[in-house]
Design a protein around this ligand. Structure first.
Ligand code: ATP
Ligand code: MG
Ligand code: MG
Length: 351
């Protein structure tokens, strides 16, 4: 069998490796020192810094194909791997790692993000709030996830009082959305694209808390337009693997929030709720296999993230036979940390 290399050591890599093992692949994970949880299902785990050229070369040598589960893998690290061996193309990382770059790219393809402005100084911020209005959100351009590196700005006064972060930022006008959803697609090496149904995503404190399928009318009416954009993004990046675009459903149609060049938390429900999960299809795509059917098999699905110490009592949820529990096996349950998730599957209207 061949070997698939995974850059990153988190739960997304763990679930990818589980699917890869089912298909007969061995996985080798590579990540810097940390609480890495994909090692438990990978054959091997290499702990080394992203810029450790010799460790990276030794890793790449062992792999037939390399992919990533972490969107902040340095572009130089991804590019150090022979181009024919790494999927998706690292261009996707480069495009998505900088929010300003990402928004400009998506606008170039006809997408509509929230009104935004580049912000490097407190004067820039005040000018942005003045021009775009408040409320809004100041976001670091790089390295943010789970709402980290974001500051809610309620008024010009807030902007004046804010201690500016060291990093380059953007200011985004707050979107009065009806609901949030994501478009998750898989694109094969041949350019075939398949979409999963879009669930309704609910965030709490900037962190995804739950996804619900069916998503409801407001979202269903906007998925078509959102998919069109996602298809253009995937084609423009010659993308291979699973790609996610997050949207706000608004009265004016879908507003693009951000993209993730990887499998996504809002697609975890596909493990039990769809014919082929996002993880299996990601592996199929990067390994050059035919794609599996993405259709939803459940009548209704509810995915809930389990954060922090809530994982300690999560096993009791299995008392409900409709529940599937995923415990990522993380050693430290700090507050707000994604420790696992549960998916409640309803197979038909009788429950
Ligand atoms: P992720 O973990 O999804 O990568 P992130 O840290 O990159 O998160 P965003 O997706 O930018 O964060 O924002 C997190 C959440 O905050 C959004 O899903 C949405 O609920 C809210 N949010 C962000 N930007 C806006 C906005 N301009 N208007 C309204 N709500 C917003
Ligand atoms: Mg993000
Ligand atoms: Mg997001």
């Amino acid at each position: 069998g061949s070997t698939i290399g995974i850059l990153g050591g988190g739960q997304l890599g763990r679930m990818m490796a589980t699917s890869a093992a089912q298909l007969g692949y061995r996985c080798v994970s590579y990540a810097p020192e940390g609480d890495n949880v994909s090692g438990a299902v990978s054959e091997d785990f290499i702990t080394a810094d992203w810029d450790d050229a010799s460790a990276l070369a030794a890793f790449a040598d062992r792999c037939d194909v390399v992919t990533w589960e972490f969107e902040n893998v340095p572009v130089t690290t991804a590019r150090a791997i022979q181009q024919a061996k790494i999927f998706p193309d690292p261009l996707a990382l480069e495009t998505a790692q900088d929010r300003l770059n990402e928004k400009r790219f998506v606008e170039g393809l006809g997408g509509r993000p929230a009104a935004y402005a580049k912000v490097d100084t407190s004067q820039d911020l005040e000018a942005a709030v003045d021009r775009l209005g408040a409320p809004g959100i100041l976001k670091t351009r790089r390295d943010g996830y789970d709402g980290k590196g974001q500051w809610r700005i309620g008024s010009l006064r807030d902007a004046e009082g804010l201690r500016m972060p060291e990093a380059a930022c953007i200011y985004e006008a707050f979107v009065e959305f009806e609901a949030e959803f994501s478009v998750i697609l898989v694109r094969s090496r041949e350019g075939e694209i398949r979409f999963w149904d879009s669930a309704r995503n609910v965030h709490e404190g900037g962190i995804l808390s739950a996804s619900y399928y069916p998503a409801g009318e407001a979202i269903a009416a906007q998925v078509g337009e959102a998919r069109e954009l996602a298809r253009k993004v995937a084609d423009a990046l010659k993308y291979v693997g699973v790609l996610t675009l997050e949207f706000f459903a608004t009265r004016d149609g879908p507003i693009f929030n951000e993209m993730a060049p990887r499998v996504h938390n809002s697609g975890h429900w596909t493990i039990e709720g769809a014919a082929t999960s996002q993880f299996e299809n990601h592996i199929r795509a990067v390994a050059g296999l035919p794609l599996g059917d993405t259709r939803t098999t459940a009548a209704a699905v509810e995915m809930r993230n389990i954060l922090g110490a809530d994982i300690d009592s999560a096993h009791a949820k299995l008392g409900d036979a409709r529940v599937h529990l995923h415990d990522y096996g993380k050693a430290e349950a700090s507050e707000g940390r994604k420790m696992g998730h549960m998916t409640l599957v309803t197979l038909d209207t009788r429950g």
